[in-house]
Each structure stands twice: as structure tokens, then as C-alpha cells.
Design a binder for this molecule. Sequence first.
Ligand code: SF4
Ligand code: SF4
Length: 438
Amino acid sequence: MSFTTFPLGGIHPPERKELASAVSIEVMPQPQRVVIPLSQHIGAPCKASVEVGQEVKAGEVIGTPEGFVSAPVHASITGKVTAFTSVLMPIGRMVQAVVVERAANRPDEAWQPAEDDKDYLKRSPDELKGRIKAAGIVGMGGATFPTHVKISPPKEKPIDAVIINGAECEPYLTADHRVMLEYPESVIEGLKILMAILGVTKGYVGIESNKPDAITKMLEAAKGSNIEVRTLQIKYPQGAEKMLIKSILSREVPAGGLPMDVGVVVQNVGTANAVYEACRYGKPLIERVVSVTGGGIKSPKNLKVKVGTPVSQLIETCGGLKPTAGKIISGGPMMGFAFYDLNTPVIKGTSGIVVLEQKDATGSDKFYNCIRCGRCVDACPMGLMPLMLSLFSEKGHYADAKDYHLFDCFECGSCTYVCPAKRPIVQQIKLAKTQVKP
Ligand code: SF4
Ligand code: SF4
């Protein structure tokens, strides 16, 4: 049976989902200490609203937004603020963070809902949006764009469709799969809330065909609603917003444009779940499901983790590293970033921790001249000429790269994956983007 997909390019890396896809979500015990970055989103960092020595409760705001595109940050455990510090994030940026420690003799005081608003769908769009904003929800697929901003398009950009992205096309990652299997009603209710806010009557969930059990669960949960569950072909980067919109609605987001330009808002599965929890129970985004997987970890798992927990503790909970472990990546191996430091905390956008084995980790700096084989052109889902972007960047001709639609590249890495000359095309593209203005 053939399923829908995007027409141009795409690749088929080994999926490796079997390592963790059948492992139920395990709630990780509350850590003794969390380090909570004040910038876990695209946009202005938050300003700390607590002082050293102050007692905080799980769910209490500890960082307030400083700009329109920003999202508040909350304490993920109950304890005392013991320090302010800087942490190195996987993208190589230092950010300010708040350290919260539990008293050793104190019982776990997890966040508890203060309310249960069963009539959430009867609330006004502004009321619901306010709850999402107060909960500090951001895109949990890794993009970390504040959700309340994404669902506030300007009047001249009317929205007629909301898509929940359940493709999870990155190899290894299984967190979204497990969320759809274990919390299907929450995901669908989250989608209904987003549709109500945007005044949209049609919703979609897009899932790759390698998750048939999740498709069944979501179909059951969506029964009787205006929500369609679409099965998508397995092809990377199926979960990229532009590809998803093309696959499901046959709409083309224009160059330099956004999904709202074609009347669409796309949200991740985890985000939809968080939206539901915020609008019904007032729950802030203080924990998330993280896939800890890969050939280099002893027991791959899907862990529900408090934001601010050091990555090293997740690895420990999964039995530790195998002697063959190589690179450790935040996110998937195609678009993720290598960890520099395992004390780095889990943030709202941490979808996975993938431990590759040494044999699978491409660590060599050596690459060769382009042989003009054209494989990167065939692989590019945006119809670009990655070889030219690579060559111009290598020679420092960044303005020429711009003429070849440099800024239409969304850094999926498909070109790099297929290049027989091992050219670091996506890294060269990223460099070029820092040298010229869009
Ligand atoms: S990284 Fe950019 S140039 Fe390379 S395949 Fe993806 S979109 Fe195309
Ligand atoms: S895949 Fe590599 S070698 Fe082939 S054309 Fe592209 S950059 Fe050149």
C-alpha cells in the first residue's frame, strides 16, 4: 500500500526504532538537583524572578519572559534555589540557569493540579491561549518556538488547518511514538484546543507507517471528531513542517515563508499533550518524555523526566554506556547536536539522547573534492543544489551561496548523509548562513 509523502528528495536512513519503540514510558524519580536554563526557547531569555536561598514549589515561575517571543520557566521540583550558573547547551551556547536543590530529608513534593477544568473547550480562545502562555509551552519537537506566539497569527493570515506532527522521522527517536500510544486522548484533546483557539474546523495527525499501533490508537481517540489521522510514507525528513504540509494538504509553503502563509499551524505530539495538560489542569511544562536510545546505551528507554535533570542521570537510569559507545547526541542523529558535557540539563525541547556506537559515529574531519555525482541534489527535499552551497561556502563566497537559495535550506542533513565524498555540506551551509544576511 502506498502512503502520501512529499515529492522531492528525501532519504531512507536505517530507522533503528526497534531499540526503544516497545519500551513503555518510565517515570524517572525526581532528581536531587536540577539546573534550569532561563532560555529554553527561541526568543528573548527569561529574567530570573527568584533569589538564592528562596524556597520554590514545583510549578512555580522562576523566570519571567522578557519579550513577546519568549516563554516563562518554572521550577520542576520543590526545593531551594541554591545558585545561579551558566550552562553550555548542545548548540554550543552558554545560557544562564537557576539551580534548585531538594533538602535531603524532604519527601518528593511533586507538582499537583490545583484545578480540573473539565469544560476547557468551552473557554474563550484568549483564556485558553493565556493558559498555554502561563504554562511556558514551546515546540517540543526541538524547535522550541513559544506555542502561544505560534497560535497568534496576524489577522491577514487566516488559518484553516492544524496538523499534529507524529511523523517522528528522525532515526532512533521513539518518544512521540510512545506519547501517542500511551496518551492518545490527551494528544487529540490538545489538538481540539488548538483548533478551538484558531477557529479551525479541520485537524490532522500525520504519522509515518512504521507506527501502526500509534495510528490505531490515534484513530480510536479521534473517532467522531473533525480530525483525520493520515498515514505517511517512511521517508526522512517527513516530519519537517514544509514536508508535512505538502504530504497532507498538498500546499507549498513559499520560499522564505511560514506555514501560516498557507493557512496552517503545525504542532508536535508532545506539545499537543502539554497544551491539554495546561488547559485542563493548569500544568506548566516542567517535565517531558525523552528517548534515551542508540546502540551505545545498555538499556534504551523512554523516560518521563523533570526539566533540568542532567543528561548523565538519564544515561545512568538506562544502565550506563556500553564500551562501544561513541558520540552522544541531543535529538536525532540527522539534525541533533553532539553533547559537549553530560552535565547539560534536559530542556523543554530535548526529544532524545542518542548514543551512537563508535562505528556509527562519523567523526572524521577528512573530506574530498566534489565529484559532481548529483546525489545531494536528488536527496534535497527543497530542490536546492547542495553541492554549490557547499563549494561556495568552502571558498568563502557566501554571497554566491545566497544566490543559490541558501536560506531555503532547513539543515535536514540529507545531502551530507548521501555524499560519497563525505563533504560536511550541512556544516558548510550553517557557516555560510552566519556570514550573510537573509
Ligand atoms: S540540508 Fe539543506 S541543502 Fe541539504 S538536503 Fe537538507 S534542505 Fe537540502
Ligand atoms: S553528493 Fe557530494 S560529491 Fe556528489 S555532487 Fe553532492 S557534494 Fe558533490
